[in-house]
Design a protein around this ligand. Structure first.
Ligand code: SAH
Length: 218
């Protein structure tokens, strides 16, 4: 089966799984996932599965990317903050659905590769930064939308502070004695409202930057 045929099969599977936002489906159709995964895995790009991306990190399955993106309530008039650039796939999807994407990654090496992919695909509305995403991006705050793509043990306070009025944050949480789950937080007049979206397995949201030795050996 060609990648193109597999992609169509995946899109149908996502629709059946409850992805109804046609802009989200169009973005998934348009962004070549094979560009974001290492060569040995490219033939699996349109399987609904998690794939390795280097530095011990993984790219979520398309179903989870689609669900989290849809839950974020995309809006072309506003900007979005992503924590955990990784391969750059999620950021590229967001780039088609938001005015501008600000994305933070702790591994410089992953970020460089992601940036070269944005160039290759001629995506010009993504701004990147190496750093600890737990701290958010204060110069650009507040954000109406924040998406975290690594599992936090609790909701990072700085990110909550940087979430604007009526803002939406989608974040995987790994709370003690519970299955990892993706939650959506909405900042309303009476504070933060939390909703369960799905159970998942994400790599952890880590504090601080990797040590130089850790980067070399990864
Ligand atoms: N959105 C990514 C998924 C990458 S996996 C994609 O589309 O490919 C999660 C990423 O979060 C990893 O690259 C990991 O290095 C990064 N990460 C983990 N903790 C972080 C932190 N505190 N700040 C920034 N990035 C972090």
């Amino acid at each position: 089966m060609t990648l193109e045929a597999r992609k169509i099969r995946l899109i149908m599977e996502l629709r059946r799984g409850g992805i109804v936002d046609t802009a989200v489906l169009a973005a998934i159709e348009r962004i070549p996932r094979e560009t974001f995964v290492p060569a040995p895995f490219q033939d699996q790009s349109y399987e609904n599965r998690t794939l390795p991306i280097g530095c011990g990190q993984t790219l979520s399955q398309p179903g989870v990317v689609a669900l989290m993106t849809q839950a974020l309530r995309p809006n072309r008039l506003i900007k979005v903050l992503e924590v955990g650039t990784g391969s750059g796939y999620q950021a590229s999807i967001l780039s088609r659905l938001f005015r501008r994407v600000y994305t933070i990654e702790r591994y410089r090496e992953l970020l460089k590769t992601a940036e070269s992919r944005f160039d290759q695909l001629r995506i010009s509305n993504i701004t990147t930064r190496v750093g600890d995403g737990n701290l958010g991006w204060s110069e650009q705050a507040p954000f109406q939308r924040i998406i975290v793509t690594a599992a936090a043990t609790d909701i990072p306070g700085k990110l909550v502070d940087q979430l604007g009025e009526d803002g939406v944050m989608v974040v995987p949480l790994a709370r003690p004695n519970r299955e990892q789950e993706v939650v959506r937080l909405i900042r309303g007049p009476s504070g933060l409202q939390e909703e369960h979206l799905t159970t998942v397995r994400f790599v952890p949201l880590v504090r601080g930057l990797p040590r130089a030795s850790a980067i070399k050996s990864a």
